[in-house]
Design a protein around this ligand. Sequence first.
Ligand code: UDP
Ligand code: MG
Length: 321
Amino acid sequence: MREENILYVVVPCYNEEEVLEETTKQLKNKMEKLIKDEKISKKSKVLYVNDGSKDRTWEIIKDINKKEKLFTGITLSRNRGHQNALLAGLMTAKEYADVVISMDADLQDDINAIDEMIEKYTNEKCEIVYGVRNSRKKDTWFKKFTAQGFYKFMKFMGVDIVYNHADYRLTSKKVLEQLENYEEVNLFLRGLFPLIGYKSDIVYYERKERFAGESKYPLKKMLYFAWDGITSFSIKPIKFVMSIGLLIFLISIAILIYCIIVKIIGKTVEGWTFIVCSIWLVSGIQMFSIGLIGEYIGKVYNEVKHRPRYIISENLNENEE
Ligand code: UDP
Ligand code: MG
């Protein structure tokens, strides 16, 4: 039993005045039960992150904090988006907690999965536990289709993400300390955790419908988010341009040969051969050059992200000095 573990549940909130009361009620029950069962320390808390809401969200959080010591909060100076709000919460929570769980304010993620997550952390020594929805029955056809397409496309692009995992996950303090070393600005958190490594596992849960308020992820934001995910983790699109350049260049050589043959046979109009050959050759070279420059930009991009090159998880020599 590691009942001394301080758990922080981090919940980003943007215009969530309609759901906060219910969320607080349910989280309170869960946390009190976990504390009573000595699964987590008495110092455990729920940390609300107000992401520059335009409604009464922050006032409500302050009220809750006054009434219940179990709940605390931080507020951002303006709306910075889900991923940044989450990061702010995680970085704040890691100063006080041994283990942190992140989840959405709308309780779409089943809070009963928390028990299993903590189980895996305490008993199986997992440093990251990913919450994975086991079906998308409640999602609309459109959401299901776009989301699944997104995961498949990400895999194709060579980005390592956990299938059907959003941002409902448990992370230990150790992992969060490493996350701090990933200094990139275009955040796509669910792609970063697999990069960090350590022992991890998956917990399955049923994803519910939002019980109040509306989704803060309209299609436009979703597309931006997906685009961020791809462009922050993959330089495959650049490689694609280069391949096309090479292909056009090869075709141009074939056309060059063809044009010369036609010219020799004498079935052309005056000047045709020269123009056609020039167009193909020059555009092939141009496309290839753009791809080549892209390769270097891709390298520069990877360099400026300053991601850690490795993380040592255990060092036997450390204790032998
Ligand atoms: N959120 C946020 N800042 C934003 C947009 C969303 O902090 O700019 C929070 C929101 O309050 C919620 C979570 O991110 O707790 C997920 O948003 P939502 O439930 O609307 O997304 P969906 O579940 O529809 O994908
Ligand atoms: Mg939601």
